[in-house]
Design a protein around this ligand. Structure first.
Ligand SMILES: NC(=O)c1ccc[n+]([C@@H]2O[C@H](COP(=O)([O-])OP(=O)(O)OC[C@H]3O[C@@H](n4cnc5c(N)ncnc54)[C@H](OP(=O)(O)O)[C@@H]3O)[C@@H](O)[C@H]2O)c1
Length: 164
């Protein structure tokens, strides 16, 4: 199972239920990587999308504890256990956890690959992703060249969970 996230210099990922910054090439990377796949998200992340609508051309699975919650075009699950049961239908290589904060935290230990866009700027944030550079169970498996968007530098870095 994969995790995909954009982090700033301090591994910040959001503020006021919004992304810290939107970089077109990163959005494209997200779209290309996840199209045709299964995306797993928290209810708040779903509601942050335009019109609160599921992402097109992907199987959307949404976590909420609200048993009455329904969204057209999304599969709703109410716990990590129920999610894991639902995910048995799919090849785990095709599953991408796309946030937010609480869902990343709940599912990181179930993932073996993390696609991290590292943005070289410190924003004011209120939500963070675990710093994989400080985790002994994760290592960098590959990285793109430095990219720029105006004066912002960023890099696509792939982390893999270390084999035991
Ligand atoms: N930088 C990035 O790549 C990136 C990507 C995505 C999101 N974000 C940012 O992350 C922030 C949102 O994170 P968040 O943690 O507030 O919201 P979230 O994870 O998107 O959604 C939280 C909601 O998901 C449900 N949920 C979470 N864990 C659950 C579990 N174990 N079982 C059942 N339901 C569960 C709950 O819904 P109910 O309240 O309905 O029960 C919870 O309130 C925003 O700032 C957003 O911009 C950043």
């Amino acid at each position: 199972m994969n995790i995909i996230v954009a982090v700033d210099k301090n591994w910040g990922i959001g503020k006021d239920n919004r992304l810290l910054v939107s970089i077109p090439a990163d959005m494209k990377f997200f779209r290309t990587t996840t199209t045709g796949k299964i995306v797993v998200m928290g209810r708040k992340t779903l509601e942050s999308f335009p019109g609160g609508q599921p992402l097109k051309n992907r199987t959307n699975i949404v976590l909420t504890r609200d048993v009455n919650y329904k969204v057209k075009g999304a599969v709703i699950v109410h716990s990590v256990d129920e999610l894991m049961e639902e995910l048995k239908k799919y090849d785990s290589e095709d599953v991408y956890v796309i946030g937010g904060d609480s869902v990343y935290s709940a599912l990181l230990d179930h993932c073996d690959t993390a696609h991290v866009t590292k943005i070289d700027f410190a924003y004011e944030a209120d939500t963070w992703f675990p710093n994989l550079d400080e985790r002994k169970d994760w290592s960098v498996a590959g990285a793109s060249e430095e990219q720029t968007y105006f004066d912002l530098e960023y890099q696509f870095v792939q982390y893999k969970r270390n084999k035991e």
